[in-house]
Design a protein around this ligand. Sequence first.
Ligand code: URA
Length: 242
Amino acid sequence: MSSDPENELASVIASARELLHWEETLGGTGFPAPKAASPLQTPLGEPEAHEGDEDTVARLQVLADEAAECARCELSRGRTKSVFARGTPDTDLVFVGEGPGFHEDQEGLPFVGRAGQLLDRMVAAMGYARDHVYICNIVKCRPPDNRTPLPTEAAACAHYLVPQLDLVQPKVIVALGRCAAENLNVVPPAGRWRGIWGEWRGIPVMPTYHPAFLLRSPQFKKPVWEDLQEVLRVLNRKAPNR
Ligand code: URA
C-alpha cells in the first residue's frame, strides 16, 4: 500500500468507480446494451472487417461446414443448426462456453440468448467491440434440455474445438463456467477453480463463472470482474474509463 494518503484515496476511488461501472454494466442500468442486430451475427466466413487472414478464415469455414453435417455423437440428432462461432478470428481474446441453448440452436450462433446479452456487456466493459472477440463452445450442438454435455460428447466435439482454437491462436482464452474449464483442463484437482490461470496448448486460460450463472446469482459479478481485469492485465489493456 502507498504511504501517500492522497494517492491511496485516488486509487480507492478509481477501483470503486471501475466496480460501479461493472455493476451497472451487468445490471443493465446506466449502460447501453449492445444492439441486438450487430454485424457480428454473421456466421464466420462471410465478408466482414477484421475477419483474419484468408487462410485462417477458409480453414475455419471448412471446420464449420463439417460441423454442420457432423454425426459424431448423439447431440447431432436433436440439432436445428450447429453452432460453430461468432466474432473474428483476428483477435487476442477468445471466450469458450459450454454448448448452445435454444436460441443458439435456432440461429446457429453462440451466445445470442440472455446469457449472450450479458456476455456482450462483459465484453463491452472490457473495452472490446462486440465483433472484436471470438466466441465458441465446447460442443457445437445443443444438448437436450440444455444439460451439461457428457464427456463423450465433449470428446467427440474436440475434433472441432482443438483445430478451431489452434487456428485462432488468441493470447488469452476465457473459459466460461466449470464445464468449459474442465474440458480445457484448467480445473485443479482440489480447491477453487475460478480465477486461477491455467494453460491450454500454451495459451493462458482464465476460468470464470458462466454468464447464465451470473443471471441467477448476481452476487458473483464482482469476482468475475476481477477475473476479467486480470485478463486485461495479461493482454496489456485497460478497461475504459467512463
Ligand atoms: N451458453 C453457452 O455455454 N453457450 C452458448 O452458446 C449459449 C449459452
